[in-house]
Design a protein around this ligand. Structure first.
Ligand SMILES: [Ca+2]
Length: 292
């Protein structure tokens, strides 16, 4: 039995949702084989072991090639990542620049920029990792990134057709089940769940398969390429300056920045499309292990 992983029995399930955002439609039957999946997102401490062992340099730490970003001012092409900055009051929710800033020197060890650190966040999910970084970690661990179908099947925890990973009620008997955003995004975070940013993995109850943080905390990379339909959308939670020539992958699970007034995406069916070279402070990953 792989350490820190749970077995998810395969089966056929109703994937997607007809009740929320267009990119989740239609509900359709999908079959997955059984597989092992990490019980928690990969943490900062785990990612540090990987970097220490391999010398991996993340995408956010590397120089940028102007040829990849023809629209950008070459002087602005310095290594960095996207960092969330709350606004002082209500803003135009159609423009993600009202709360995302590209911060030079923001990395997985310094997720909010050079003045920040992760000394007290070893058990928090690693963030500021691009798709390639997640893939490299998975390969080093002898694992793989989940497909979107595997991820969604696992997130449902056996609750066929339920809105959330634990059932249809957001906070059963008042109990907060995930690290999301309560209040009006992006300025008023009421913190009913106790966390303004990421939370230690496993701080909230597991789902029916024993998996923590399948909703909220951080979005998670999957290995599925975004469909043409998906790539054409203007992503709300997947901010990117990348042009349309940069491929995108599906991300799942929602994050601590998902609020009902803006992004009700802390649900198994929810999905967004992130450019593979983009890293942000609310996107991490977990791995799977398949037989054979
Ligand atoms: Ca929160």
């Amino acid at each position: 039995m792989p350490d820190g992983m749970a077995w998810v029995p395969g089966g056929t399930f109703a994937m997607g949702s007809d009740d929320f955002y267009p990119e989740e439609r239609p509900v359709r039957p999908v079959t997955v084989e059984g597989f092992w999946i990490d019980e928690r997102p990969v943490t900062v401490a785990e990612f540090r072991r990987f970097v220490d062992a391999t010398g991996h340099v993340t995408v956010a730490e590397r120089p940028l090639d102007p040829a990849d970003y023809p629209e950008a001012d070459p002087a602005a092409l310095v290594p960095g990542s996207l960092v969330f900055r709350p606004s002082r009051g209500p803003v135009d929710l159609r423009d993600f620049r009202n709360w995302w800033a590209y911060v030079p020197g923001a990395t997985w060890q310094r997720p909010e920029g050079p003045a920040s650190d992760t000394y007290t966040r070893g058990r928090h999910p690693v963030t500021q990792v691009a798709y390639e970084d997640a893939q490299a970690y998975a390969a080093w661990a002898g694992k793989a990134l989940p497909t979107e179908a595997e991820w969604e099947f696992a997130a449902r925890g056996g609750h066929e057709g339920a809105v959330f990973a634990w059932g249809d009620e957001f906070a059963p008997e008042g109990r907060m089940m995930a690290n999301t955003w309560q209040g009006e995004f992006p300025w008023q975070n009421r913190l009913s769940d106790g966390y303004a940013g990421t939370s230690p993995v496993g701080a909230f109850p597991p789902n029916g398969y024993g998996l923590h943080d399948m909703a909220g905390n951080v979005w998670e990379w999957t290995c599925d390429e975004a469909t043409a339909n998906g790539a054409a959308q203007r992503p709300c939670c997947a901010p990117t300056e990348a042009g349309d020539h940069i491929p995108r992958r599906v991300i799942k699970g929602g994050s601590h920045l998902c609020a009902p007034n803006y992004c009700l995406r802390y649900r198994p069916a929810a999905r967004q499309f992130e450019a593979v070279d983009t890293s942000t402070g609310h996107l991490g990953f977990r791995c799977v292990l398949r037989d054979g």
